[in-house]
Ligand binder design. Structure first.
Ligand SMILES: *[C@@H]1O[C@H](CO)[C@@H](O)[C@H](O)[C@H]1NC(C)=O
Ligand SMILES: *[C@@H]1O[C@H](CO)[C@@H](O)[C@H](O)[C@H]1NC(C)=O
Ligand SMILES: *[C@@H]1O[C@H](CO)[C@@H](O)[C@H](O)[C@H]1NC(C)=O
Length: 853
């Protein structure tokens, strides 16, 4: 094994991240190589140039191809050629090849599956300025107090008195309560927040003294300073001003006005996943907090998560950033409430590694844009009720009075965290989340509140645990004892495979978590709960999902989205909830899927997978979570576990909430949603039901009991056909569609075989069918890894039906050494069955988008 020479590794330095990349002229690849293997040898084998490490990710590298070739994948082609040579026995089959050590490869492209959108105020509106009408309503005493505070702290910034979010003289108490923290001399010294955005005007007189150049980089223009260059590059600077505007005679002050602020400019052009991953780990020993006020579009249609490199970077950040205490990722929750959007459909905000921050306005009301969701931890002030956040703008000494949307809320929380880290630099990323939950101040407004008994706190999907109070957070941080390391419990995949009834009756599936399971998992108490699930549905937005914990606490992990007409359902999508914080997790967990829209679009609840995350019992024996792969949830068939399925009427808690309106600009109201108030009671009606006769191939094949279902009511076909418990109309639809699907699949198989043969002759990759190749070359790994034949999902029709067995027979045993990481490229989710394949095939480009894009 000659390639295990480490020398070149040592020569690579982090500086390599600064190599300019010319995506127009060159092809770049992100590769993950087995630890200990020399990346130089791998890159030479591939005829590529080793650019250097991929940011801070261990064993990940960037390779550059000698020539640019559109719709061609150098690595996949090389792997496939190797495979072919082995098949023809031209290559030594017994000998592992260096390419077998490439565990993941992704061609880097400058077109993303989804754009990253700034979460600024949906539309600008008139704001209260100066004496126009702010001062008129101000409380005289509060005004005096504001002047005294400024005097005491030597704040001479001209707009400080307008910065109501710091000291509100009109709506008393509606501010982040920070002045008492400053008066203790806690102002962010030694803390550093990185603004990951569209730039940061480090030449502004209001930011220059706090600018941390070393932690900054412009990933868009590939130069050191993230200077705003486009006319629209103002968002990042405004966010930076909220956190770190210098106490001087320019504009106002930041929450942590003696803290450092750096900028990673990523939003001004499209960047590759590799560069985004590098940005989220940029200088992660010095940048402590990453403030991110962007995400997938908030149109109520998008359901997108960051690609695998970015997800790895986030895990890498919380595990290794800040000397192992963990980078703090703060994300704005999203402005799509008017579009029925929900931050659980955004893979950044629903990540357990990010703190998701929503907004309230200066009256403490819910602004029409701020999304609600079970992953929302906390809210803070932003635009609405006729005003917005007053902060620094791009320019020598320019100020801005109209900063808003959840974009403006996130940075205020990031600034408060900077104050906490000054008083207690030893707080871990999870300590920060605990403190946020514990100290959050309940919003005194009607909402879908439920009591979290474990924490003694009320949780609402609209406000999370409430608003962040800087004073309370800093006080609590002073004496906080670190929580023990993170532990987790994963349930098996729970197979449901049952049609979802339409109407108010949901389809429920339960799983009992025993005390032993929790103990064995070393799990003392919960923090985050995630549910990964598969649902087939012809109109995704019709669905909603509730998660009920053993205590009865209900998380609305998915809500109806009127604009979302995707026909893909949920495919291995992970929802997250923070509502169960502090609970034990022991007892019965129930997922209820609902299709409340009675229409021609129906669906089936396939399966789900519960993950409980929290504090460990014994920190010393707790291991670190392995890096995520794209296939962590693929073991659908390994755990044959069928759950009891019942129909259930459940809570739909959605109390009406007063919504703050921006005053003074009627255009702002156009897309304002109605908040339908429909408080209904829980009439949990677990109907004992009869098993279905057909339609559970998978379970029958495996000899496991089939799930029970709702009683059927209409049989228009002979009884050998299942009715799926749906209406005649839907049955006709289902059977009609099935027939079409079968016809279609037969045709498709034939076509794919022909296509593929032709393609092989041409010896080049094809964009549309990358999946097939992808699976093809990784088969050896899959098989070597236990030699188990797994049915698989997605575009493997070719492998499953055509030459599959031959390939597998040959591939088996060719690759001798293999470890679990081999799994990461292989695709082994799945079920071979007409309807499901049809669905997966439809969705293929999306599912595998991280490397098909
Ligand atoms: C002003 O600051 C000093 C410390 O510099 C502090 O002792 C005093 O209590 C402060 N006064 C007010 C009114 O906050
Ligand atoms: C706000 O800060 C003051 C001190 O300035 C403190 O007395 C008060 O308790 C704080 N509010 C909360 C909710 O902690
Ligand atoms: C800042 O951090 C350095 C190094 O960790 C430490 O020596 C110094 O005392 C800190 N300064 C403040 C003001 O906390």
């Amino acid at each position: 094994m000659r390639w295990t020479s480490f020398l070149p590794l040592l020569l690579l330095s982090a500086e390599a991240a600064h190599h300019k990349r010319h995506y127009d002229e060159q092809d770049y690849y992100a590769v993950h190589i087995r630890s200990g293997v020399d990346p130089e040898l791998v890159s030479r084998q591939l005829g590529m140039h080793l650019e250097g490490p991929l940011g801070e990710l261990d064993d990940h590298y960037i390779l550059r191809a000698a020539e640019k070739r559109h719709e061609y994948d150098h690595v996949k082609t090389a792997k496939r050629d190797l495979q072919q040579r082995r098949r023809k026995r031209e290559a030594d089959a017994g000998e592992p090849h260096i390419l077998d050590h490439v565990l993941l490869s992704q061609k880097q492209e400058l077109h993303k599956r989804f754009p990253l959108v700034k979460r600024r105020a949906p539309s600008p509106f008139a704001v209260r300025q100066g004496n126009a009408f702010g001062a008129a309503q101000a409380d005289a005493e509060a005004v005096q107090e504001g002047l005294a505070i400024a005097k005491n702290l030597s704040i001479q910034d001209p707009i400080f008195q307008e910065q109501w979010h710091l000291h509100n003289t009109v709506e008393l108490g509606h501010d982040i309560n920070v002045t008492g923290v400053w008066q203790q001399g806690i102002t962010g010294k030694n803390s550093t927040v990185c603004i990951v955005d569209d730039g940061l005007d480090m030449d502004s007189d209001d930011l220059r003294d706090n600018y941390f150049a070393e932690g900054s980089y412009d990933f868009n223009d590939q130069v050191d300073d993230p200077k705003p260059r486009l006319s629209d590059d103002k968002h990042g600077t405004r966010c930076a001003g909220e956190i770190s505007a210098v106490r001087n005679n320019v504009c106002g002050v930041g929450v942590a006005y003696d803290g450092k602020v750096s900028g990673c400019r990523i939003l001004s052009k499209v960047i590759s996943d590799a560069d985004e991953a590098i940005a989220l780990n940029y200088k992660m020993q010095k940048n402590q907090i990453y403030s991110c006020s962007w995400g997938p579009p908030d149109d109520g249609r998008a359901m997108e998560q960051p690609g695998i490199l970015i997800r790895r970077a986030m895990v890498n950040g919380i595990q290794k950033g800040r000397d192992g205490l963990g980078s703090i990722f703060v994300f704005a929750i999203g402005n799509g409430a008017a579009n029925d959007d929900n931050c659980n459909f955004d893979g950044y905000t629903n990540s357990i590694y990010s703190v998701s921050v929503g907004g309230i306005d200066r009256k403490g009301l819910h602004p029409y844009y701020s999304e609600k969701c079970s992953a929302q931890l906390v809210v803070t002030y932003s635009s609405g009720s006729g005003d917005a956040i007053h902060t620094t703008d791009v320019g020598k000494d320019l100020c801005y009075v109209n900063h808003g949307g959840t974009s403006a809320a996130g940075p205020l929380v990031a600034g408060i965290y900077a104050l906490m880290l000054e008083t207690n630099p030893k707080l871990t990323w999870r300590d920060i989340q605990w403190l946020t939950v514990i100290t959050a101040v309940k919003i005194d407004q009607e909402s879908d509140y439920q009591k979290n008994e474990a924490m003694g706190k009320d949780f609402s999907h609209q406000f999370g645990y409430g608003k962040a109070d800087a004073y309370a957070l800093v006080e609590a941080a002073k004496t906080w004892k670190n929580v023990k390391p993170q532990a987790w419990y994963y349930s098996p995949w729970l197979h449901v495979n049952h049609p979802i009834p339409q109407g108010e009756t949901g389809l429920a599936s339960s799983f009992e978590v025993t005390e032993k399971m929790i103990k064995d998992a070393n799990l003392a108490r919960l923090e985050h709960v995630t549910v990964t699930m598969n649902v087939e549905h012809a109109r995704r937005g019709d669905l909603s999902v509730e998660l009920k914990s053993p205590t009865g606490m209900v998380s609305h992990i998915a809500t109806h989205r009127r604009n979302d007409d995707a026909n893909s359902g949920y495919i291995d999508w992970t929802f997250m909830s923070v509502a169960h914080w502090g609970e034990s997790g022991i007892g019965k967990w129930t997922v209820i899927v609902k299709d409340t829209k009675v229409n021609e679009h129906s669906g089936t609840f396939t399966d789900w997978h519960l993950k409980l995350w929290g504090e460990s019992i014994d920190g010393d024996k707790q291991e670190l979570l392995p890096m995520p792969t794209d296939h962590d949830d693929d073991d659908h068939d390994h755990d044959q576990y069928t759950t009891e399925t019942v129909s259930a009427h459940t809570t739909t808690v959605a109390a009406p909430t007063e919504t703050g309106e921006p005053e003074g600009n009627p255009t702002d109201h156009i897309t304002r949603p109605l908040h339908p108030g429909k408080p209904t009671s829980t009439s949990a009606q677990a109907t004992p039901t009869s098993p279905l006769d057909l339609g559970h191939e998978e379970d029958q094949q495996n000899g496991t009991p089939t799930p029970t279902s709702t009683a059927d009511d209409s049989h228009w076909l002979p009884h050998i056909f299942p009715t799926f418990g749906v209406s005649k109309k839907t049955q006709i639809w289902i059977y009609g569609a099935s027939a079409l699907i079968v016809l279609f699949l037969v045709g498709l198989c034939a076509w794919i075989i022909l296509y593929r043969r032709k393609k092989r002759r041409m010896n080049r990759d094809d964009y549309g069918f990358e999946m097939v190749d992808h699976d093809d070359f990784d088969e050896s790994a899959s098989l070597a890894n236990g030699g188990k034949k797994r049915s698989r999902r997605a575009g493997e029709l070719y492998d499953a039906f055509a030459e599959g067995s031959e390939d597998e027979g040959e591939a088996f045993g060719l690759v001798g050494d293999s470890d679990e990481e081999d799994d990461e490229d292989e695709d082994r989710r799945g079920h071979v069955g007409g309807a499901k394949e049809e669905r997966y095939r439809d969705e293929e480009p999306k599912v595998e988008g991280s490397d098909v894009r």
